[in-house]
Design a protein around this ligand. Structure first.
Ligand SMILES: *Cc1c(COP(=O)(O)O)cnc(C)c1O
Length: 392
């Protein structure tokens, strides 16, 4: 008899951090089994539909037979042109659509693939902590080493570049940054981006700015693009997403913009892995970028109102938090004496409300939990009342 066949995962899979929501999912199932109505403020996935004019554009484009074949690897010229014009209208940036813009199958896809283009085994990548988990995992998949940059409240949740040891910085190939920030809701000013550019030049580090939330901002605040800052295009690239701006998380479309060689390197990886984004989706995305942006204004109005409801309730429950100028998240300090997992468990058990423990985004997220404002107003109101009752 032959020995039994065995399936062995590769080291890169075996060493993945535990799934962020696994423990919560387990508890959610238990609580739901007791017949409790659960309000999920955990996941950052917009509840509102994609605006109708964008859906119509997809319906029309999906029927065109020329869209049924393999798309261009780098994106349709018209898509890259629309992205270039949008960047110019919104941020007064000039990006050459032929060489400085690349379509992505969602910005996550580009973020996950870029280390493969620039990181050799043993090279460092500078990653924010807390942060979007993909930066660290993608670094590991490329054989790179993660150096965490803690985002601390006393620094406005910006990384302290001075705290990065020279010997690490000199061996670093990439740095990920993300403003407006998930999970903290923090924003970056021009001065911070200037410091990043100086640092990147000094140590020869390619900067990858994740710009998924530049369009979701409140009052008159308009987030900056990293590429607006002089010198940025010499050292970096920016990832743009349609997901949060136009409620298109399921569509899988985004683009990278910036340094032509960096764009080209990412493109080389992609050519060997995927075959571009469905052209009908690119055509609908062109409509999203080119049409009147009233739908985005309206979306921000809705999130801001939700934000007021939840901030108000959390204040009554005795929590401390600052009100973010952008993103649909709230980043809240744990009650004294509780850790993040404990708060999440308590809110689920006693209020039927799911939140994300901050340490799920990295060790420096311990001490906080995240609420996502992606449920309808009435549910948010209800969640707020239940939290007040559970805590008070
Ligand atoms: C949602 C999100 C993304 C991913 O966006 P897609 O374009 O849907 O892939 C990237 N970065 C951050 C920080 C996000 O929160």
């Amino acid at each position: 008899m032959a020995s039994p066949f065995t399936i062995n995962y590769a080291e890169r899979i075996k060493t993945l951090p535990p799934y962020l929501f696994a423990a919560i999912d387990q508890k959610k199932t238990e609580v739901r089994a007791r017949g409790i109505d659960i309000i999920d403020l955990g996941v950052g996935d917009p509840d509102l539909p994609t605006p109708a004019h964008i859906v119509s554009a997809l319906q029309y484009a999906a029927a065109k037979k020329e869209n049924h074949q393999y798309p261009s690897y780098v994106g349709m010229p018209a898509f890259r042109e629309a992205a270039s014009q949008w960047l110019n209208r919104r941020f007064e940036i000039d990006c050459n659509p032929a060489s400085e813009i690349l379509s992505l199958i969602g910005s996550k896809e580009g973020i996950a693939h870029i280390p493969l283009a620039f990181v050799n085994p043993g090279d460092y990548v500078l990653v924010p902590d807390p942060g979007y988990p993909v930066y660290a995992v993608a670094t590991g998949f490329a054989g790179g080493l993660v150096h965490k940059m803690p985002l601390l409240e006393e620094n406005g949740f910006l990384p302290d570049l001075q705290a990065i040891p020279d010997e690490i910085a000199d061996r670093a190939k990439l740095m990920f940054i993300n403003y407006p920030n998930n999970p903290t809701g923090a924003v970056a000013d021009q001065n911070f981006f200037e410091q990043v550019i100086i640092f990147a030049h000094r140590h020869n580090i390619i900067v990858c700015h994740d710009a998924a939330y530049t369009e979701l901002a409140y009052n008159d605040y308009r987030p900056l693009s990293f590429l607006q800052v002089p010198g940025a295009k010499e050292i970096g690239i920016e990832f743009h997403s349609f997901s949060k701006t136009y409620n298109m998380t399921g569509w899988r479309i985004g683009f990278a913009a910036g340094n032509a060689q960096v764009v080209n390197g990412l493109g080389k990886v992609k050519t060997n892995i995927d075959s571009g984004a469905f052209q009908a989706i690119q055509e609908a995305a062109i409509v999203a970028l080119s049409a009147d942006q009233h739908c985005v204004v309206e979306l921000c109005r809705i999130y801001q109102h939700r934000q007021e409801i939840m901030v108000n309730a959390l204040g009554k429950a005795g929590f401390t938090l600052s009100v973010p100028q952008a993103t649909f998240y709230l980043w809240i300090k744990n009650p004294v004496g509780m850790d993040s997992a404990g708060v999440a468990a308590m809110l689920l058990e006693q209020a039927g409300v799911v939140v994300t423990p901050g340490n799920g985004f990295g060790d420096a997220g311990e001490g906080y939990f995240r609420i996502s404002l992606t449920v309808p107003e009435a549910r948010l109101q209800e969640a707020g009342e239940r939290i007040i009752k559970a805590i008070g």
